[in-house]
Design a protein around this ligand. Structure first.
Ligand SMILES: Cc1ncc(COP(=O)(O)O)c(C=O)c1O
Length: 421
């Protein structure tokens, strides 16, 4: 039966304009800086917009250097190369910087976090999530070091803008002499209280990456950045990102390079967005709080965070259904089925209901160890259960667009309520 004809949803009208998961929010300043690039003819990968966003972002995050790149994935890839070079030296011409090496990776993240390990011929070992933040579980990480004591690199992501348990993870990394690649693509503006000091995500690893993808808290239409306190690393990333050209009168290449530099047009959009970062965070936080209140009488809870030691950027609001309020749901291959049961629901039903009324939600990012591409890779969990699979089974991402009005959000909240009827 169509949701719009289902008596449980009687009286609810479809949204005229789609209620998005997280869409770009332009303010007008972007046009000024893009026009400036066009009018001055600086439209390629050199220009004032690039210089300014690098300077300002370094200052916001509290790092010495920022290198503007074409996307967050490019930043993660060059971070993987830097880490590989530092740990294992230059690779042979026909192999990658992580060739034959295992790397401990966040399991519940977008695959762009971990693909760079494969680009450099490394092997990702997936570390289960914990329930307090849905991020890399320190206990599982410890267990992974017991099983694979030679591992020297960790790739972690702050899922949905919620910081990981960095104090424990940093301690474990230090005990094992391991380096950390920090994927802060989703968490720009989030902070963590490390050893009594508030530190921005993007300044918590040895190699740090952010993204300006269209769905992120601020966007350049695309784009990303590598952040560091090491001049040597910044210079190397800048060089690798511009095809590894040597300082010679002709094209001279001594290392493999990439075309990963940000354009001055994209940087113009980022430059126009940066003054609005805090405003977007405040809007996203208000959306999270409104959902929390609106769902107080349902058998669900919101994506959790450590309110003492962290300040998320609340990029995406998510919910997880209590175990005993889950109706039957089956996901196989590329399809799914579910049953409608009184007083119960499933992420699939809620997502279908939202879609029927023109609102966009999304399943929780499917854990990497469940992805066909990575199914042969090791997965380590200290929990005696697969936490990531459970969160994927019972959770979903809610419409979290910062332009969503309270009235629109009330309707989303009402639709979710009706799913439990
Ligand atoms: C956790 C995470 N890592 C990396 C990326 C990749 O960033 P980009 O799309 O800028 O390449 C994304 C999102 O796109 C992401 O969500």
């Amino acid at each position: 039966m169509l949701f719009t004809e289902d008596s449980r949803f009687e009286g609810i009208e479809k949204f005229d304009n789609k209620c998005w998961l997280s869409s770009p929010t332009m303010h007008g300043d972007e046009k000024h800086w893009v026009d400036d690039a066009i009018l001055t003819n600086w439209v390629s990968t050199i220009g004032e917009n690039i210089n300014e966003v690098e300077k300002e972002m370094a200052s916001i995050i509290g790092v010495k250097y920022a290198v503007a790149l074409s996307c967050g994935t490019a930043a993660l890839h060059l971070a993987a190369k830097l880490a590989g070079e530092k740990l294992y030296g230059q690779p042979k011409a026909d192999s990658g910087y992580l060739s034959g090496k295992k790397v401990f990776c966040s399991d519940m993240t977008f695959d762009a976090s971990v693909n760079p390990v494969a680009y450099e011929n490394g092997e990702a070992v997936f570390i289960d999530s914990e329930r307090d933040t849905w991020n890399m579980d320190p206990d599982s990480l410890e267990k992974a070091f017991e099983i694979y004591p030679d591992v020297k690199l960790i790739v972690l992501a702050h899922l949905y803008g919620t910081p990981c348990k960095m104090e424990s993870i940093r301690r474990i990394a230090d005990e094992h002499g391991a380096l950390i690649i920090e994927d802060a693509a989703e968490s720009l503006g989030a902070k963590y209280l490390l050893n009594g000091e508030w530190v921005e995500t993007g300044n918590l690893g040895n190699y740090n990456c952010i993204s300006f993808n269209g769905n992120k808290i601020i966007t350049g239409s695309s784009g990303g950045m590598f952040l560091t306190n090491s001049k040597e690393d910044a210079d190397k990333v800048r060089k690798w990102s511009t095809q590894s050209r040597e300082n010679a009168p002709w094209y001279q290449h001594e290392e493999l390079g990439h075309n990963y530099r940000m354009s001055n047009i994209v940087a113009g959009v980022v430059r126009g967005q940066m003054p609005y970062l805090n405003e977007h965070i405040a809007q996203k936080k208000a959306i999270y709080e409104r959902y929390k209140k609106g769902f107080a009488d349902l058998p669900v809870s919101m994506n959790p965070y450590d309110a003492v030691n962290s300040e998320p950027n609340f990029w995406l609001s998510c919910l997880i259904i209590d175990k005993d309020a889950m109706a039957q749901q089956t996901r196989t291959g590329l399809t799914y089925t579910y049953k409608t049961e009184n007083g119960k629901s499933t992420p699939s039903e809620i997502l279908d209901a939202l879609a029927a009324f023109n609102a966009e939600g999304r399943p929780i990012w499917k854990p990497m160890h469940m992805q066909p591409i990575y199914k042969s890779h090791p997965f380590v969990s200290a929990n005696g259960e697969d936490v990531g699979a459970d969160i994927f089974e019972r959770g979903l991402c809610l419409p979290s667009d910062n332009k969503m009005t309270p009235e629109q959000q009330d309707k989303v909240i009402e639709i979710v309520h009706r799913c439990f009827r």
